[in-house]
Design a protein around this ligand. Structure first.
Ligand code: FMN
Length: 325
C-alpha cells in the first residue's frame, strides 16, 4: 500500500487528495477553475485525443487551456498507438501538468472501435508499451485510469496494473465497474481495496462518490491514496469544500440557492472568457440543469434554460432560482 502522491499538489492542498475526475463535456477550463476555487485537490482535463493533438487540431488544443485560478492540473490523453501517445506527451508537457493520465476505461463505442479507452483492457501489453513510450517522451509522471476489465468474465485490473507499474506508471485510478457495465449497478469498492493491497504505486478510487460522506468512506474503506469525483461534482463544486469540512470534523452545510446561483454565474462568466458568449451559453444549458436538479422551482427554469443562449437570459434564470422560496 503506497499513499505518497507521486506528483506535487499546490502547497495549500497537499493533504487533500480529492480530485475532480476527467469528465468529457464537463471538466473544461471554466469548470475546473471553479472546482479548484472550491477546494478540489487537483482537477483532470477531459480526455484529449492524442491523434488530434499530433495532427495539430486547433479545437483539441483548446481542451488543454488552464485558467490562472487553477495553479496545478492533470491532463488526460486517449489513444491506442504508443508512438502517437509519445508525441502527444511531448506536446502536452509544455503545458506543465502535474501528471499525464492515459484513459483505459472509456466505454464509448467510437473510442473503443479505435482501440483506445476500455479496448486497451483487452490488450494489457499494449498498455505497457504505451506507458513506456509516454514515459520516455518527457519527465512528467504518467498514470493510467482503468475499469475492472472488459466484462464480468474478464476482470483483469490486477494484471493491467502490474504491467502498467512495470512500464513506469506512477499511479492507477480504478473505476470499480467493467466496460460492459457502463454506469449500471454499483461501483465495486472491494476491487479498489484489492488493488490498494496489491499495488506498489498509489491507487485512486473512482465510482459512486455523490456526497462528502461517500468520499471519506471510499478512502476509509478501501485505503486508496486519492478519490475522484465525477457525477457527484456536476453542478456541485461545493462537494470539495464539504469534504474538507467533514475531514475537519464539522458537519458540512448545504449551499443555499443563492450560493448555487452565484457559483453558476461565475462558471458561466469563466466559460464565456474561453468559448465566447454563444458557445458558452449553449454548453451551459446542461450545467444549468445540473445546478438546479432536485431544487424546488428548478423544473420550470430548466425548461427555459434549454432554449437560452445569452448571458442575460441565464442571469435572469439564476436570479429567479436564487429568489425562489
Ligand atoms: C459524462 C461523463 C464523461 C466522462 N468522461 C470521462 C473521461 O473523459 N475520462 C475518463 O477517464 N473518465 C470519464 N468518465 C468516467 C468518470 O471519470 C468516472 O470514472 C465515472 O463516472 C465513475 O465515477 P462517478 O460515480 O464519481 O461518476 C466520464 C463519466 C461521465 C458520466
Amino acid at each position: 500500500m503506497n499513499h505518497e502522491l507521486p506528483f506535487a499538489l499546490a502547497e495549500d492542498r497537499r493533504e487533500f487528495p480529492f480530485f475532480l475526475a476527467p469528465v468529457a463535456g464537463y471538466s473544461d477550463a471554466a469548470y475546473r477553475a471553479l472546482c479548484y476555487e472550491h477546494g478540489a485537490g487537483l482537477c483532470y482535463t477531459e480526455m484529449v485525443s492524442a491523434e488530434a493533438l499530433v495532427r495539430h487540431h486547433p479545437i483539441t488544443r483548446e481542451l488543454l487551456q488552464r485558467d490562472p485560478a487553477e495553479t496545478v492540473y492533470a491532463i488526460q490523453l486517449f489513444g491506442a498507438n504508443p508512438d502517437v501517445l509519445a508525441r502527444a506527451v511531448e506536446i502536452v508537457a509544455a503545458w506543465n501538468p502535474a501528471v499525464i493520465d492515459l484513459n483505459c476505461g472509456c466505454p464509448v463505442p467510437k473510442i473503443v472501435k479505435s482501440g483506445a479507452g476500455s479496448a486497451l483492457l483487452k490488450e494489457p501489453h499494449r498498455i505497457g508499451e504505451i506507458v513506456r513510450a509516454m514515459r520516455s517522451a518527457s519527465s512528467v509522471p504518467v498514470s493510467i485510469k482503468i475499469r475492472k476489465g472488459w466484462d464480468a468474465g474478464s476482470e483483469n485490473y490486477l494484471e493491467v496494473a502490474a504491467i502498467a507499474i512495470d512500464a513506469g506508471a506512477c499511479a492507477i485510478t480504478l473505476h470499480g465497474r467493467t466496460r460492459a457495465q457502463g454506469y449500471a449497478g454499483t461501483a465495486d469498492w472491494d476491487a479498489i481495496s484489492k488493488l490498494v493491497q496489491y499495488s506498489s504505486v498509489p491507487v485512486f478510487g473512482s465510482g459512486d462518490v455523490f456526497s462528502p460522506q461517500q468520499a471519506i468512506a471510499m478512502r476509509g474503506k478501501t485505503g486508496c491514496a486519492g478519490v475522484m469525483v465525477a457525477r457527484g461534482a456536476m453542478g456541485n463544486p461545493f462537494i470539495f469544500e464539504q469534504i474538507r469540512s467533514l475531514m475537519q470534523g464539522a458537519i458540512p452545510s448545504n449551499p443555499t440557492p443563492a450560493m448555487i446561483a452565484e457559483a453558476a454565474r461565475r462558471h458561466l462568466q469563466l466559460a464565456i472568457t474561453y468559448l465566447g458568449e454563444h458557445t458558452a451559453c449553449i454548453e451551459f444549458r446542461k450545467h444549468f440543469c445540473a445546478y438546479t436538479k432536485g431544487h424546488p422551482g428548478g423544473a420550470a427554469l430548466r425548461a427555459k434554460a434549454v432554449t437560452s443562449s445569452t448571458f442575460a437570459e441565464f442571469e435572469d434564470l439564476l436570479y429567479r432560482f436564487a429568489s425562489h422560496t
